[in-house]
Design a protein around this ligand. Structure first.
Ligand SMILES: Cc1ncc(COP(=O)(O)O)c(C=O)c1O
Length: 380
C-alpha cells in the first residue's frame, strides 16, 4: 500500500466561500469596502476590541500602511526581532528606515523585552513586536518602554488571530496591529490581511492612506459631497470577492482555532516522552498567553540533527519546514539593518527549529505517524 503523504499545510476551505462570492456578485459591489468588507472589519473589531480594523491585501500591506501612517522617514530606526518574516523589516525599509535587530527570548522565541532599551537611540521611532506562533510578546513591558521613550508600537500579529495576552487580544495591544489571512494562516482568504488601529487619532489618516490618499471613505459614508486627494497614499483595500471568502472563514474561526488547538495539544502530549529523553524541546507558552494553535515546532539539539530530521520526515512523505532564516545575517538585512548584540539565541534557535504539519483537519493517526517517525529518527 502506498504510504500516505502528510502535507505541512492544507489550506482549509469552508462550504460557504462560493455562496458568499455569488452573493458579492449579486450585490454588484465588487471593489473594496462593500458589505462583506464591513462584516469582516466589524468581526475583527468585536473580537479584538481595536478601534478600527481595515482590511488590506496582506499583512505585508498592513505593515506598509502602518509605516506610512506613522510617517516613518529616512534614517529613522525601528526595533524588531531578526527572527521574523521579511515583511516586518521591508515595510519600514521601504520608507528609508533602519531595522534595528534585537535578540529573542529562549522560551517564546519572541523579541526579548529586556534588550530593547539598550537598542534605543535618539533616532528610534517605533518597536515592532512579532507574536511568534500566536504566542504574545511581553506586551505590558514593551508598551511601558515605548511610553517612557515616546515610541510607537506596531504589533506584527500576522500569526495572532484569536490569540490573547492577559485576556486581551493580540493586534489590539499596541498603537497599531496587523493580521495575515494568507493561506498558511488559521483564517484565510488566500492572500489577505488587516490593519488594526488602536489609537483613535490615527483612524482617519489610515483610511485616507488606504484609499489612494483620498477621503473617499468619508464620501461613501455621505459625510462630504466630493472626494479629493488629501495625502500620500496607495491602493491597499481588497475586493469584495476576497472579503466574501474571508467572511466564510471568520464565521468558522472559533471552530478552526479549537481544532488547531486540539492538534497542538495532541502533539504536545505525544512528544513529551521525547523531550524527557532530552532529544528535543517542545514549545513553551507563558501562563498569561493564550495562543491559537497556529504553529507546532520542535527545537533539536543541533543544526545537524535538524537536517537529519527534515530528511527523515521527507523520506516518510511528511511535510516539515524550518522557520525563519534570521534577517540580521541575510544579504538585505546586512545592507539595510543594524544588529544589536550578538543575536546568539536568534542564530542558535533558528538553526534548530522544525515546524511539524499543522492544519485544521489533521487527524490523530496522522499526528501519531509524525511522532512515530520522529521517534525513530531521533532514537533509532
Ligand atoms: C511574522 C510575519 N509577518 C508578516 C507576514 C506577512 O504576511 P502576508 O503573507 O499576509 O503578507 C508573515 C507571513 O507569514 C509573518 O509570519
Amino acid at each position: 500500500m502506498a504510504i500516505e503523504t502528510i502535507p505541512f499545510n492544507r489550506p482549509y476551505v469552508s462550504d460557504k466561500e462560493l455562496t458568499y462570492v455569488a452573493e458579492a456578485q449579486r450585490n454588484r459591489h465588487l471593489s473594496g469596502d462593500g458589505p462583506f468588507t464591513k462584516r469582516c472589519q466589524q468581526w475583527i473589531e468585536q473580537k479584538t476590541g481595536c478601534t478600527k480594523a481595515l482590511l488590506t491585501h496582506s499583512c505585508t500591506s498592513a505593515l506598509e500602511l502602518a509605516a506610512l501612517l506613522l510617517d516613518i522617514r529616512s534614517g529613522d530606526e525601528v526595533i524588531m526581532p531578526s527572527y521574523t518574516f521579511v515583511s516586518t523589516a521591508n515595510a519600514f525599509v521601504l520608507r528609508g528606515a533602519i531595522p534595528v535587530f534585537v535578540d529573542i527570548r529562549e522560551d517564546t522565541l519572541n523579541l526579548d523585552e529586556k534588550l530593547i532599551e539598550d537598542a534605543i537611540t535618539p533616532r528610534t521611532r517605533a518597536i515592532v513586536p512579532v507574536h511568534y506562533a500566536g504566542v504574545s510578546c511581553e506586551m505590558d513591558t514593551i508598551n511601558a518602554i515605548a511610553k517612557r521613550h515616546n515610541l510607537r508600537v506596531v504589533e506584527d500579529a500576522a500569526q495572532g488571530v484569536l490569540a490573547s495576552y492577559k485576556g486581551r487580544a493580540l493586534g489590539a495591544l499596541g498603537d497599531l496591529g496587523s493580521f495575515s489571512f494568507h493561506e498558511t494562516k488559521n483564517v484565510s482568504s488566500g492572500e489577505g490581511g488587516s490593519l488594526l488601529v488602536n489609537d483613535p487619532g490615527l483612524v482617519s489618516a489610515a483610511e485616507i492612506i488606504r484609499e489612494k490618499g483620498t477621503d473617499r471613505g468619508r464620501f461613501f459614508r455621505g459625510e462630504i459631497d466630493k472626494y479629493t486627494w488629501q495625502d500620500v497614499g496607495s491602493s491597499l483595500l481588497p475586493s469584495e470577492i476576497t472579503a466574501a471568502c474571508l467572511w466564510a472563514q471568520m464565521e468558522q474561526a472559533e471552530q478552526i482555532t479549537a481544532g488547531r488547538l486540539a492538534n497542538w495539544n495532541r502533539y504536545h502530549e505525544m512528544l513529551a516522552p521525547l523531550e524527557q529523553r532530552g532529544v528535543l524541546r517542545r514549545p513553551i507558552v507563558p501562563s498569561d498567553c493564550q495562543h491559537n494553535g497556529h504553529i507546532y515546532y520542535i527545537l533539536l539539539a543541533s543544526e545537524a540533527d535538524r537536517m537529519r530530521v527534515l530528511a527523515g520526515l521527507k523520506q516518510s512523505r511528511i511535510g516539515a519546514v524550518f522557520h525563519y532564516v534570521p534577517l540580521h545575517s541575510s544579504p538585505a538585512g546586512i545592507r539595510f539593518g543594524r544588529a544589536t548584540g550578538g543575536l546568539l539565541l536568534t542564530t542558535s534557535l533558528s538553526e534548530r527549529l522544525v515546524r511539524l504539519p499543522m492544519w485544521f483537519g489533521l487527524n490523530e493517526s496522522q499526528q501519531q505517524r509524525v511522532c512515530d517517525v520522529l521517534r525513530a529518527i531521533l532514537l533509532g
